[in-house]
Design a protein around this ligand. Structure first.
Ligand code: WTA
Length: 632
């Protein structure tokens, strides 16, 4: 099923078609997929409610499109090369037929555990092939998967299980990450003390550690699939039935469950995958993300499998056991398209070129970047030393909520400009708004990035709280989807993403809300209140700077307090969210009405020591001087 545009001229024509008649444009693409029943209507939408329905009345199962339809001609084709954490470990591969067989077995087993269409299943697993099997087994039987990144804490897992009222959790005994081993199942055990909706926990053996198996609740992955048939009738899904929930952070409150639906997500994940990466039939694609993030969902699992390509899945981290590991893996599998995050590039740049030059990277054709703005130094290093100045570098802008890549070059078809994501994909209608909410039509401008028209994989709702979806994305600017990002448009109409304009911090490509981290910090017994802001960080892109006011410290030193706070954040959210800097302060700069002036705190975190602009509304301007004197 080729959905590929082959020239830049063709892109321009397709783009025009997609704007002039979006319904016809997407219907022609949808027609190339397998449907159990074709749709009655193509698009119904209203951004005020919001409600978006693509291919209403259609019936399908996404797994028939990514497994069954490949079997006749490509059953023996490798779906994944799996590369273990340790380079001396045993690599594996699985064909499309092999994947189909195991997905069917697990689907049958999950049905026996009582999982039905619409039930929620949480997946808390390492980067092993069985995670892909688990995802697809859910999709096959119509269960809604909710993958939780295995770096999140037991508490964060419990919060997400409870929000989704999940029936089953699929996990493993443990996981390997570089030289570390994490006891995943014992974290799940902690979480499940507090999760009444869970009926079963499926446990895969990965690290061979001894785990507690609670009778009646916990079952072993291999035991339950062993005798199951390698066929499983797919559940018939409506186009708009939910496919998955993925939790992500926003500027307020707890992380919210972004819901994607079956048909629209299927179409856009495959379409964006094929066009951005421009792979040929026998190419090897590698996306280094974790399946716990949207990038892993769309560009490890759904996009590549729908397109029938061969991918690499990597269990480990870029620097283990040596800082050339990424490049070693590229050489080993002759990777043609490589997709990673700026934070990985920046950390690997620090090791110089020796680890790069040991390996043959001549198979690479397209290299991609995702998750945060890529700075010029990292862009140039990546382009010159990994892409050897001959590969197309695609800087792909998108979000959990958009389901797939929205603004990006298309392989080597599009003009390239460092740090510019570039042009929108066909079907995507970005606009920039000014502070009054008016559309800016000229070029060489900057504004709030919004979308004027729905695309197939737009967020449908936030799980269990539709009002929140409306308030977060569709209320700031009436009639438009608001991304939360600011962007520039240059004289040629290319977009450059500046970054978040709300209280979302992007640390190594991971999203956190400042309020979410503050809530975790405030749980610490020492803390009365706190304020969290981002500061520029050489490797992570942004770092987390926390200002905390403490109470009753007794004999405790500053070190005792900061380590207590770090432990508290690690337990509430996970180590990935722990502050890089914690400054204990006497008070926070507040206005007379009690609002924290974050603008000042941000400036201090960025290194500014004076020039804070108008501070006349502060209740106590002295507070600022005191903070500055001890700033980190
Ligand atoms: C940021 C990740 C600049 C942006 C796919 C967005 C980017 C947020 C880029 C979404 C990029 C993502 N250039 N910024 N190429 N890609 N972002 O939901 O701020 O984890 O709003 O999705 O990451 O993060 P999320």
């Amino acid at each position: 099923m080729s959905l590929r545009i082959k020239t830049f001229e063709e892109y321009k024509t397709e783009y025009k078609k997609s704007v002039n008649n979006p319904e016809r444009f997407w219907a022609e693409i949808a027609d190339k997929f397998s449907w159990q029943k074709k749709w009655d209507t193509i698009l119904n939408w209203n951004f005020d409610e919001p409600s978006v329905e693509w291919f209403g009345g259609g019936k399908l199962n996404i797994t028939e499109n990514l497994l069954d339809r490949h079997l006749d001609e490509n059953g023996t084709k490798t779906a994944f090369f799996w590369e273990p954490n340790d380079s001396t470990g045993t690599a594996k591969k699985i064909t499309y037929q092999g994947l189909y067989d195991e997905v069917c077995q697990l689907s049958n087993a999950l049905r026996k555990l009582g999982v039905k269409k619409g039930d929620r299943v949480c997946i808390y697993m390492p980067m092993v092939l069985e995670s892909v099997v688990a995802i697809l087994a859910c999709a096959r039987i119509g269960a809604v998967h909710s993958i939780i990144f295995a770096g999140f804490s037991a508490q964060a897992l419990a919060d997400r299980i409870n929000d989704a009222t999940a029936k089953v959790v699929i996990t493993s005994d443990g996981l390997y990450r570089g030289d570390k081993q994490v006891a995943l199942k014992s974290m799940v055990d902690d979480a499940l003390n507090d999760c009444p909706s869970i009926e079963h926990c499926v446990v895969l053996n990965v690290t061979n550690e001894k785990v507690n198996m609670q009778q009646g609740r916990d079952v072993d992955y291999h035991t339950i699939i062993k005798n199951e048939p390698k066929h499983c009738p797919p559940e018939i899904m409506e186009s708009e039935d939910p496919l998955f929930i993925l939790y992500t952070s926003g500027s307020t409150g707890k992380p919210k469950g972004v819901v994607h639906s079956c048909a629209g997500y299927m179409i856009y994940s495959a379409y964006s995958f094929q066009n951005v990466f421009q792979g040929e039939e026998n190419d090897v694609f590698w996306c280094t993300a974790d399946i716990g993030w949207i990038t892993g969902h769309t560009y490890i699992v759904y996009g590549p499998l729908l397109s029938g390509v061969t991918s690499v899945m990597f269990e480990g981290i870029p620097t283990y056991p040596h800082p050339g590991r990424f490049w070693e893996v590229c050489e080993k599998y002759n990777v043609n398209q490589f997709y990673t995050a700026p934070t990985a590039i920046r950390s690997l740049m620090g090791f110089g070129l020796t680890p790069v030059n040991k390996f043959d990277l001549s198979s690479l054709k397209v290299i991609g970047s995702v998750g945060e703005p890529i700075n010029e130094e990292a862009w140039t290093w990546y382009f010159e030393n990994i892409g050897k100045k001959k590969c197309a570098l695609v800087d792909t802008w998108w979000q959990t909520e958009t389901g797939g890549i929205m603004i990006s070059g298309l392989g080597n078809l599009s003009p390239m400009q460092p740090m510019h994501a570039g042009y929108p994909l066909p079907g995507i209608q970005p606009i920039l708004l000014d502070s009054e909410g008016m559309i800016i039509t000229e070029n060489e401008v900057e504004g709030y990035l919004c979308m004027a028209y729905p695309w197939p994989s737009i967020i449908r709702t936030t799980y269990g709280d539709h009002e929140r979806c409306k308030n977060t994305y569709f209320s700031n600017y009436k009639g438009y989807y608001f991304t939360g990002d600011g962007a520039k448009r240059d004289k040629n109409g290319m977009y450059r993403i500046i970054g978040r304009v709300d209280d979302v911090i992007n640390v190594s490509g991971h999203r956190f809300g400042t309020a979410e981290i503050e809530d975790a910090i405030n749980m610490d017994d020492f803390v009365i209140e706190s304020a969290v802001v981002a500061f520029p960080h050489d490797i992570k892109g942004q770092g987390i700077y926390a200002y905390v006011v403490v109470d009753q410290r007794g004999e405790s030193s500053d070190e005792d307090i900061t380590s207590s706070i770090i432990n508290c954040v690690s337990a509430r959210i996970g180590k990935i969210a722990k502050p890089d800097k914690i400054q204990i302060v006497e008070g926070l700069p507040k206005t007379r009405s009690g609002k924290i002036m974050r603008r000042i705190l941000r400036k201090i975190a960025e290194g500014e020591r004076s020039n804070f602009g108008d501070t006349s509304t502060l209740l106590d301007p002295e507070v600022v001087d005191k903070i500055v004197r001890k700033a980190l």
